[in-house]
Ligand binder design. Structure first.
Ligand SMILES: [Zn+2]
Ligand SMILES: [Zn+2]
Length: 348
């Protein structure tokens, strides 16, 4: 058995750089030599608390790019050498939702770098030298898309869908709550799509500075100022749409306060606490609340925005590290005073 280097999650706050067995592609699978991977906010969450979605031992990593180096039985050898990223949603292909193309809603889906799915089976991800995935999950990189950008196609597709979710209209005023990688990429897409004014709130100044670089018209540090101050951007009418990408559970009630009558609230952040809301606000002010979860085919579409330089992921990537440094990087990202936004891992 060949060996490889990987970063293995052994439980909350326990990430180790180790030598493990190199995976061999099974029927219908390919083996990818990983070039770049990216750490997702959800990886940091799972690292901190652990959950059913990430049972140890497990190799994380659902945002990555690389080259196909080996194919399993039933896969054409022509795949070898292809530059690819991967759609981590390993859908069943047979259920009610899959038949409609709604693979993100498949109840039987598994996920690369997670233990999702009915059997909670381990599905190793890209924080390793090599990873095996089903051929159907491959997203070939178009010419002009770099491996660094390829590692970000997954979160970009999440943001592309969230930015459009809930009756997007040109010229509308939008509030993005949370200025992490997801909030910043959504801000870029909103400006590309032709939103009116975009406001971004957060509690960390350097993230808000990044939001300005990403095209925000207005930023507000809600640690120092009341959230209601953001309303001044809308002449106190309220925002047409509010996109929640982060924050404590109370951001839901903040959103209800800041959205205009008839407006919509899009939830992207995985808020895992129960929140009390007053349903009268939803009915009496005709509000709509949307959940935006993952995407279907959009990893292909977002590449065009990278090729024609409309998107700039350079404003979001704050550091690049080798695989061996990843346990330290996780420790740092999990602490309050991290100065990072999006971290890339270079695996060779
Ligand atoms: Zn992610
Ligand atoms: Zn399905």
């Amino acid at each position: 058995m060949d060996r490889m280097k990987a970063v293995v999650f052994h439980g909350p706050m326990d990430m180790r750089y180790e030598e493990v067995e190199k995976p061999v592609p099974k029927e219908g699978e390919v083996c990818i030599k990983v070039r770049f991977a990216s750490i997702c906010g959800s990886d940091i969450e799972e690292y901190k608390i652990g959950s059913d979605r990430a049972r140890p031992p497990l190799i994380f990593g659902h945002e990555f790019s690389g080259e196909v180096v080996e194919v399993g039985p039933g896969v054409s050898k022509e795949r070898i050498g292809q530059r690819v990223s991967v759609n981590p949603i390993l859908y069943c292909g047979k259920c009610y939702y899959c038949k409609k193309g709604l693979i993100n809603l498949c109840n039987y889906r598994r996920s690369v770098g997670r233990t999702l799915g009915i059997e909670k089976k381990r599905c190793d991800g890209g924080f390793a030298e090599y990873v095996c995935v089903p051929e159907f999950s491959l997203v070939p990189l178009k010419e002009g898309v770099t491996f660094e950008e390829g590692a970000l196609l997954e979160p970009l597709a999440v943001c592309y869908c969230a930015a459009k979710e809930g009756n997007f209209e040109k010229g509308e005023n939008v509030l993005v709550i949370g200025s992490g990688p997801i909030g910043l990429m959504i801000t870029q897409f909103l400006k590309i799509f032709g939103s009116g004014k975009v406001a971004v709130t957060d509690i960390v100044d350097f993230r808000l500075e990044a939001a300005m670089k990403c095209g925000a018209d207005y930023v507000l540090n809600v640690k120092n100022e009341p959230v209601e101050k953001a309303l001044e951007l809308t002449d106190n009418v309220g925002f047409d749409r509010i996109i929640v990408t982060a924050g404590a559970p109370n951001v839901i009630n903040d959103s209800i306060k800041l959205v205009r009558n008839g407006g919509s609230i899009v939830l992207v952040a995985m808020i895992r606490k129960v929140v009390e809301i007053n349903p009268i606000d939803i009915v009496g002010r005709k509000l709509t609340v949307y959940g935006s979860y993952m995407f279907t085919n959009e990893m292909h579409e977002v590449m065009d925005y990278l090729i024609n330089k409309k998107l700039n992921v350079g404003d979001i990537i704050t550091s690049v590290h080798s695989l061996s440094e990843v346990p330290d990087v996780f420790r740092r990202l999990a602490s309050e005073n991290s100065k990072d936004i999006k971290v890339l891992i270079k695996t060779d």
